[in-house]
Design a protein around this ligand. Structure first.
Ligand SMILES: NC(=O)c1ccc[n+]([C@@H]2O[C@H](COP(=O)([O-])OP(=O)(O)OC[C@H]3O[C@@H](n4cnc5c(N)ncnc54)[C@H](OP(=O)(O)O)[C@@H]3O)[C@@H](O)[C@H]2O)c1
Length: 161
């Protein structure tokens, strides 16, 4: 099973200036729970934005650059190669962004784990439209903002129709 994990605002914004748009510790905890123990595939910019390998997960970073190396991550030259490596490691694969990687993997993904953040924030990177003819929402839980989590949000699961 290949799953995309994404947190997006109400207009599908996911990032600005190579950063996330919010501070939601509950979402980070949810992300950790879903992905821990499994390979995660990400674009080079998302890796740079996180700044270090995510622990307890094989970090597979996609880049066309051939002249770099970093400890603790697997660098691959294409999404196809990333998928090939990930599938050798585990049946459960997680694609964790960013925008460029989501655009190219939505068609090969079985499930979406979306955090819908109830805010309209300025973004420069977006998640593609979730086509209701292709995806059905199978699960949703709502969470209200509190002193640590800036906005109301929902965790949503989508599966292919
Ligand atoms: N809200 C969320 O859930 C979430 C999740 C992840 C990221 N983000 C945000 O998204 C933004 C980053 O997204 P982004 O679209 O700018 O960048 P990205 O998708 O993270 O990375 C793009 C880079 O990946 C490499 N790449 C992309 N397609 C490739 C291919 N087919 N073959 C080989 N390499 C390929 C290239 O690296 P090279 O330039 O090295 O060749 C490209 O520059 C940040 O703001 C981040 O905070 C948000």
């Amino acid at each position: 099973m290949t799953t995309i994990v994404v947190a997006m605002g109400e207009k599908n914004g996911i990032g600005f200036d190579n950063r996330l748009l919010w501070h939601l510790p509950k979402d980070l905890k949810h992300f950790k729970e879903i992905t821990s123990g499994h390979p995660v595939i990400m674009g080079r910019k998302t890796y740079e934005s996180i700044g270090k390998p995510l622990p307890n997960r094989t970090n597979i970073v996609v880049s066309r650059k051939t002249d770099w190396f970093e400890e603790g991550i697997l660098i691959v030259g294409s999404i196809k190669e990333a998928m090939k490596f990930a599938k050798k490691i585990d049946e459960e694969i997680f694609i964790i962004g960013g925008g460029k990687i989501y655009e190219q993997t939505l068609d090969i993904t079985d499930r979406l784990e979306v955090t819908l953040v109830k805010a309209e924030l300025e973004a420069d990177t977006y998640f593609p439209k979730i086509d209701p003819k292709i995806w059905k929402k199978t699960h949703e839980t709502s969470h209200e903002k509190d002193d640590k989590n800036q906005y109301d949000f929902c965790f949503q699961t989508y599966e292919r129709i």
